[in-house]
Ligand binder design. Structure first.
Ligand code: GLC
Length: 700
């Protein structure tokens, strides 16, 4: 058997054998990625390129398994070496079964939930011919004006690293060659979330310190978990655009972290170097992007010049070989040479299975955050409600529950709040009305909605962002909900009835104007396929809200950027805004429950094992996320006021106590990263905090 086709041989042997057999053109074609027809991402302008059976990858193909296999057959059976194409797709939060957007998933604080969702997405999309997802996005945003916060796991680097690992496990499993495993892709490397002013695709000025302290750790965690690919980012990193940033993609990613997979560029990012003021010369771009560490080019085709550049001596063939080696390595690890084709199965057998929807429902329950519950209005007792009104543009809208980057989720298969409310209030008189559009008043919708609601015993007001108000290229100077929705809420509140405000959004929104109008507020995020039932499961107490915010909610636009792990001030009590309360509207980690948890006995052993006791002192079972923060009050390199170093969930029955235990590691948890990326441990005093308790200790 030809060595590279022998699965019994080690991957590296197969790579070596195959590479030795390839011509320069065959090698360079492996570094190209194109679409077949226009890309489905509306922000990706222009068609990809033309199909070639020797091409390395195809992205965003929605043509179905049969056609996909036909193209694959050209590659595998009609070319000299039969190298399979790797098929990539943005499977960001589910494929056919919609899961909560990643920022919402982070609010579950449950890595198992995140992993389970990725596992189901991998099962569904691999059954439709997808080998590789461009996820998880592990950028670290602190500016909700940036629409892509919805794709992130929030503002904390440690938490994003935990969820990056969970995503890699879910997509790739321990055996990426399994037919239902897909390659993960950590993106966007690096610092894309630092786009100035939250304006997408803009310049990002990042200090070396912030790069290592904030933007790199989540990628490092994902690489350490075995992610097979990364995607380089659009942004200019302090003068050196990410796609030509050798420090990032070679010094850090490969030389220090030992990453052995491959890096794909983002859509047309090579040609964007002209707009960024780096170069308009495609040959220079090809040489610099390849040499910096991009291995595969998404659509812009500069890499088509590589053979000529090698032949003319402008580019060392060894650099091409190394990139091809990485691409082939991933293809072998994915088992594509053993199973290049996808079995054609009916959709009913592979997608939207009851178990998948049940998992999505749990994720939607866990991601919702209870922001207000005046006089314990919630949970509702349906038997005591004679008449209930469900009013708002989200009431009967499915897409708003799913959000952007929805893959192949069909909103027609997503039940809306209006679809399911009757299941929960079978004996109540129910009225529903949109009241207004997402952005527009519509014809006298508000008046008729107020009229419809005025006899109700309680009013559920379902407001939110339209599905594509967050996401790529969705930057906003104002994150408040549209004025017409705020007016609808005020008019309904004027009726003097109990108001439960339900909000769907892919980003933090402004609540100061909404909060006084509602007795209870449930921030649903965009919870996916079963968000509607999950919402009523929470409203009726079938389950107890456990979501906690993974991103700070500001009081006003003027507070942005505002985030929990801020650095210390020279005058802690001065310098604040004179015209605004200093604290955020809702802080990182905030979320209410139908029960109450009390903390006691925060301890630390000499072996650095921390523990804290948590008691459920309420009447309902509930899940509490215990956040363990570290403060380092004195260091050569000043440290943030506090930073999250661990979290754990306790599920406690009424009256039950539990101990959250954390085994700390000096270098991992107490050290900090300096501007050179080195871990520095400085002996001295530290402070642990959890649940409002603090513990000072000395560590040498
Ligand atoms: C987009 C996004 C990237 C996505 C890619 C393919 O422009 O920046 O996240 O994976 O193109 O759609």
């Amino acid at each position: 058997m030809i060595p590279y086709l022998n699965p019994a041989l080690a991957v590296e042997e197969r790579v070596k054998d195959l590479l030795a057999r390839m011509t320069l053109e065959e090698k360079c074609d492996q570094l190209l990625q194109t679409t077949i027809g226009p890309d489905v991402n509306p922000n990706n302008v222009g068609d990809g390129g033309e199909f070639r059976p020797t091409i390395g990858s195809i992205l965003s193909y929605f043509g179905g398994v049969h056609k996909r296999n036909e193209f694959q057959r050209h590659a595998v059976e009609e070319t000299r070496l039969g190298i399979p194409i790797i098929w990539g797709m943005d499977v960001i939060h589910g494929w056919r079964t919609g899961f909560p957007v990643p920022l919402a998933q982070a609010c579950t604080w449950n890595p198992e939930t995140v992993e389970a969702g990725c596992r189901i997405a991998a099962k569904e999309c691999s059954a439709e011919g997808i080998d590789w997802t461009f996820a998880p996005m592990v950028d670290i945003p602190n500016d909700p004006r940036w629409g892509r916060v919805m794709e992130s796991f929030g503002e904390d680097p440690y938490a994003s690293g935990v969820f990056a690992r969970a995503s890699v496990r879910g997509y790739q499993t321990a055996d990426p060659s399994a037919p239902d495993a897909i390659a993960a892709c950590l993106k966007h490397f690096a610092g894309y979330a630092a786009s100035e002013g939250g304006r997408d695709y803009s310049y990002s000025d990042i200090s070396a310190r912030k790069l290592h302290e904030i933007y790199l750790p989540s990628f490092h965690a994902g690489v350490d978990e075995g992610a097979l690919t990364l995607m380089s980012s659009f942004n200019d990193v302090t003068g050196t655009p990410a796609v030509v940033n050798r420090y990032l993609m070679t010094e850090i990613l490969r030389n220090r972290w030992g990453f052995s997979g491959f890096v794909v560029s983002d859509w047309d990012s090579f040609r964007q170097l002209k707009a960024q003021g780096f170069s308009a010369d495609p040959e220079k771009i090809a040489i610099r992007c390849l040499s910096a560490g991009n291995d595969m080019e998404m659509v812009s085709e500069c890499f088509k010049l590589l053979p000529g550049l090698v032949r003319s001596g402008r580019l060392d063939a060894a650099i091409v070989d190394e990139a091809v080696r990485r691409v082939l390595r991933v293809k072998f690890r994915l088992g594509l040479f053993e199973h290049p084709y996808t079995e054609e199965r009916p959709l009913e057998a592979t997608a939207l299975l009851p178990a998948f929807r049940e998992t999505a429902r749990k994720a939607a329950q866990q991601c919702a955050v209870l922001l207000k519950n005046e006089n314990d209005l919630l949970p509702l007792n349906p038997d005591s409600i004679g008449s209930i009104a469900l009013i708002g543009p989200v009431a009967a809208d499915a897409a708003a529950l799913v959000g952007n980057w929805r893959g192949n989720v069909d909103p027609a298969t997503v039940p809306t709040l209006a679809d399911v409310i009757g299941e929960y209030f079978p004996h109540s008189r129910i009225v529903t009305a949109p009241g207004c559009g997402f952005e527009s008043a519509g014809d006298d919708g508000i008046d008729s909605a107020v009229e419809a609601a005025h006899k109700a015993d309680i009013i559920l007001v379902a407001l939110g962002e339209e599905w594509n108000r967050s996401g790529e290229n969705c930057s906003r100077s104002d994150i408040a909900l549209p004025a017409v929705q705020r007016l609808l809420l005020r008019r309904l509140a004027a009726l003097g009835k109990p108001i439960v405000l339900l909000v769907t959004a892919g980003r933090p929104i402004l609540y100061p104007e909404l909060e006084p109008c509602a007795n209870a507020i449930l921030h649903l995020w965009q919870g996916g396929h079963e968000a509607a039932r999950a919402c009523f499961d929470l409203l009726t107490g079938a389950c107890n809200p456990s979501g906690r915010l993974a991103m700070t909610f500001p009081r006003s636009m003027g507070q942005i950027p505002i985030y929990y792990n801020e650095h210390r001030r020279a005058r802690p009590d001065q310098g604040y805004y004179h015209d605004l309360e200093e604290s955020p509207m809702y802080p990182f980690g905030y979320g209410l429950s139908y029960t109450r948890f009390t903390y006691s006995d925060l301890t630390l052993t000499n072996e650095l094992v921390a523990g804290v006791k948590v008691t459920n002192s309420g009447e309902r079972r509930g899940t509490e996320t215990v956040f363990l923060y570290l403060s380092d009050p004195e260091a050569e390199l000043t440290q943030p006021v506090r930073r999250l170093i661990a979290f754990r969930q306790l599920d406690l029955a009424p009256g039950e106590s539990g101990i959250a235990r954390f085994e700390l590691d000096k270098m991992r948890d107490l050290a900090y990263t300096d501007p050179n990326g080195e871990r520095i441990f400085e002996a001295g005093e530290f402070v642990l905090s959890a649940g409002g308790l603090t513990l000072h200790f000395d560590c040498r």
